[in-house]
Design a protein around this ligand. Structure first.
Ligand SMILES: Nc1nc2c(ncn2[C@@H]2O[C@H](COP(=O)(O)OP(=O)(O)O)[C@@H](O)[C@H]2O)c(=O)[nH]1
Ligand SMILES: [Mg+2]
Length: 363
């Protein structure tokens, strides 16, 4: 039984832990990954009982990934139906499907190589059997050398500062609103700071979000020095005992040097005010931009220390494979995914729910 089947039954609650232990796995590599997953599964089961947030259901993933599932997975299912045997043509078509899903050319090449090896070693030639292995291998791409959880790091003493970076229009301000809403519901005192003073209306838009989700706000006039907004925002956060400060920034990537300097200056201000500085710098990427988003991730990684990625607009794309590509090409974990425009439409990224949402119709 492969990883996907385990994930599937986990969500369909058909399987007991005793049965799980009896299952024999195919090869060592998968077995190893599987152990990591099981540990997480058990942990997750515990935490699910405690405090499953209302909107953090696998259904949200299913719904948000409908487009990706229809595009990519239905092609995969169709491929399986058309081939009786695994041939070179089969691999060529599979390669094309995966590249179309924005998994990224190099990732796909490696993936196909591994798949060919497994087909040879395990003497598989039935495309039907290969389906499950494909899902397993995609999963392995993600979990390789990484922790499965995507929790935010908080500052133990004093406010936690989180910087949001990314190019214009990707969904930074919206994401701040959504994360602010979640943190507020967790009982945290949240302040939104409008350090995108470049774009007209950016400050007003963030202020509107603060009103919508009923949290604190700090901003200045358009054109003000972003670092000075951060400075005054942090003073307010400390004076008024805020727990978390979410900082919106302008992302003019076309001028890398300026952007780097601006982010450096903001970080200096944060370092001076808070022990340990910003605990997270989240890069926001629009999933609908595909490979362009990957290039943005690479560019931002060069100019500042990114701790996690928020992948927005996954509801609007058939290219859900980008999650795997980002992980593989830039090595930064996806911490949140955006699945719509409303305050509830944000999920802490969970690879198992994601894989299930993406592939549930395949098996
Ligand atoms: N469908 C969808 N739209 C989103 C999502 N996140 C943001 N948007 C929309 O993308 C547009 C740009 O968002 P905004 O937060 O202003 O981007 P910013 O320039 O990076 O701050 C707005 O119309 C948002 O409503 C998402 O997850 N799904
Ligand atoms: Mg904005």
């Amino acid at each position: 039984m492969g990883l996907f089947s385990k994930i599937k039954s986990m969500f369909q609650k058909k399987e007991t832990i005793e049965e799980e232990q009896l299952i024999e796995t195919e090869i060592d590599e998968v077995e190893e990954k599987l152990e990591k997953v099981e540990v997480k599964t058990k942990k997750e089961e515990k935490s699910v009982k405690k405090e499953e947030p209302k909107n953090n259901n696998v259904k949200v993933y299913e719904k948000g990934l409908t487009k990706s599932r229809q595009g990519f997975v239905s092609k995969l299912a169709d491929l399986t139906n058309r081939y009786k045997k695994v041939t070179d043509e089969y691999f060529d078509e599979l390669e094309e499907i995966l590249i179309m899903a924005d998994i990224g050319v190099n990732t796909v090449m490696d993936f196909i190589d591994r798949l060919r090896d497994r087909v040879r070693v395990e003497k598989l030639d039935d495309p039907e059997m290969l389906k499950e292995i494909i899902v397993d291998e995609l999963f392995i791409i993600y979990v390789n050398d990484s922790v499965l959880t995507s929790k935010l790091t908080y500052n133990e003493n004093g406010p936690t500062a989180i910087l949001f970076v990314g190019v214009n229009g990707v969904g930074k301000t919206t994401t701040i609103g959504k994360i602010g809403y979640q943190l507020k519901n967790e009982g945290k005192k949240v302040l939104l700071v409008a350090a995108d003073t470049f774009r007209a209306g950016a400050t007003a838009q963030l202020k509107e979000w603060s009103e919508k989700i009923d949290v604190g706000f700090y901003g200045k006039e358009e054109g003000a020095d972003p670092a000075s907004v951060v400075f005054d925002g942090l003073v307010k956060a400390k004076d008024e005992n805020y727990d978390v400060v979410l900082i919106d920034t302008a992302g003019r990537l076309q001028n890398k040097v300026n952007l780097m300097k601006e982010l450096e200056k903001m970080n200096k201000v944060i370092d001076a005010q808070i022990d340990g500085g910003a605990t997270e710098t989240l890069l926001v990427i629009d999933a609908t931009t595909g490979q362009n988003g990957i290039s943005q991730a690479k560019a931002f990684k060069e100019i500042t220390n990114i701790t996690g990625i928020v992948l927005t607009k996954l509801d609007g794309t058939a290219k859900g494979g980008i999650v795997l590509a980002i992980k593989e090409t830039v090595g930064i974990p996806v911490k949140y995914i955006g699945l719509g425009e409303a305050k509830e439409d944000l999920q802490v990224f969970d690879i198992e729910k994601y894989i299930y949402g993406l592939f549930k119709d395949l098996m």
